[in-house]
Design a protein around this ligand. Structure first.
Ligand code: AVJ
Length: 318
């Protein structure tokens, strides 16, 4: 059963507004959510298998280890997953919740109906008994309208929360806290602050996959907004911002250029070496996220990390 909270035109309208705002700003920026067309999603999958990109495999093995403890602490009968994508790490939580009591339903939520279709098809084969309520929604806007067919554990994995700037993160957490009923809980996957060399390597891999992923946003604009970015004329830049404790990805124009975006009726100029910020990926510490959760009305009740302290799973309650 598919629930659609996102109007078909909503994503395009958001792209139009975001691209105009970001590309006429100084410095220029683009939101990371437009990386993920079919090609971008494939490139991201490839990133998760790179030797330098530790977060995905670290989160997976941590989840495999502690899912039963999380399930016991959450006491939920519904797993709702925000940004579920291919739902490939979800199995650990589903098994653990089923083992801990009664698992009533799985609710994957994603902006991509294609990703949801694939995940649902796989689940129908691997878990034919499990009721799946898949929801096409933008979790920045539809938190209050998400289904609650029982007491929920809301999972937001992959450190995707790191893509929000601090102010957006605060309002996202507040929105989540408001959407949760007493007794429901939130599970966050959080990439932790560590040696900047490892962070930079994770976002600037030697095979150049992340560079290709980064440039993909320009291909998306070329296609969706009839733009004429010369994709190959942009260099991938990945920098650690020590003050804000986030990784930043940028695209640097290797020469001056004029870019026409016919779909926006907009022409922009880029100077040589001018950069467009395409992503921030915040890294976390327990001492920092705990007060942020508290400010949103959420109580940190569980904290698990891998042995190297690279990655955390945080459980919070309203
Ligand atoms: C999917 C947003 C968690 O920030 O690490 C991977 C995306 N960007 N390599 C991240 C990403 C560059 C990823 N998130």
């Amino acid at each position: 059963m598919t629930t659609v909270l996102l109007e078909p035109d909503a994503l395009r309208e958001a792209l139009v507004a975001d691209a105009r705002a970001g590309l006429t700003a100084s410095p220029k920026w683009l939101p990371p959510k437009y990386f993920y067309d079919a090609r971008g999603s494939e490139l991201f999958e490839e990133i998760t298998r790179l030797p330098e990109y530790y977060p995905t495999r670290t989160e997976r093995s941590l989840l495999a280890e502690v899912a039963p403890e999380i399930a016991a602490a959450a006491g939920a009968e519904v797993l709702l997953e925000l940004g579920s994508g291919s739902s490939e790490k979800t199995g650990y939580l589903l098994d653990a919740l089923a083992g801990a009591g009664r698992l009533a339903a799985y609710v994957p939520v994603d902006v991509s109906s294609a990703a949801l279709r694939g995940a649902v098809a796989e689940l129908q084969v691997s878990r034919p008994e499990l009721p799946v309520i898949d929801v096409v929604a933008d979790f920045e806007h539809h938190l209050a309208d998400l289904p609650a067919p029982g007491r929920r554990l809301v999972a937001f994995l992959g450190s995707t929360i790191g893509n929000f700037a601090p102010i957006e993160r605060a309002s996202f957490l507040r929105g989540l806290a408001d959407a949760l009923s007493p007794g429901e809980s939130l599970l966050l996957g959080l990439d932790l602050v560590k040696d900047p060399r490892r962070l930079v390597a994770a976002y600037d891999d030697s095979a150049g996959v992340t560079a290709d992923f980064n440039r993909n946003v320009l291909r998306v604009l070329n296609r969706e907004l009839e733009a004429d970015f010369n994709v190959d004329a942009f260099e991938h830049v990945a920098v650690w911002d020590a003050r804000n404790e986030w990784m930043e990805m940028r695209l640097r124009a290797t020469r001056p250029m004029t870019v026409r975006l016919a779909g926006l009726d907009l022409t922009i100029e880029l100077a040589a070496d001018e950069e467009i910020r395409t992503e921030i990926s915040a890294k976390f510490r327990r001492e920092r996220i705990s007060p942020e959760l508290a400010a949103a009305g959420l109580d940190l009740v569980g904290w698990w990390t891998d042995a190297d302290g690279d990655y955390a799973l945080a459980l919070a309650r309203v």
